[in-house]
Design a protein around this ligand. Structure first.
Ligand SMILES: [Zn+2]
Length: 116
């Protein structure tokens, strides 16, 4: 997608995320900015005028050169939002005191089965 910025330069932008509302769009733009990626939000003002049009949800756009990196940042955000990230890092502790990653269903040290 080609857009012309305020300085009249042609910029190659890519949509990398559709936010559910303007608040989420602003939040995602913030985390992208923290990662050093300049993002713009398309559609946030349009949506206020036409609230029921789904396609007018705020679209997060970044320069094509930043798209790959931007998608990674957003993937992390989406994973955290869904609680996947924390579940993957969760550990369980055996009665013998040994700590294990969740993918292990039994203690390697004493053979006890994971509680719960
Ligand atoms: Zn054990």
């Amino acid at each position: 997608m080609k857009v012309i910025d305020l300085a009249g330069r042609i910029r190659h932008m890519e949509r990398i995320f559709t936010a559910k509302d303007a608040l989420e769009a602003a939040f995602v733009r913030g985390i992208l900015r923290d990662a050093g990626i300049d993002a713009t939000v398309e559609g946030e003002f349009l949506r206020e005028a036409i609230p029921l049009v789904g396609s007018a949800l705020p679209q997060i756009c970044v320069e094509e050169v930043d798209a790959l990196r931007g998608r990674k940042v957003i993937d992390e955000y989406v994973a955290k939002r869904q609680g996947v990230g924390s579940a993957q890092e969760a550990k369980w502790r055996c009665a013998c005191g040994e700590e294990h990653d969740v993918q292990f269903s039994a203690c390697w040290k004493c053979g006890a089965v994971r509680p719960g």
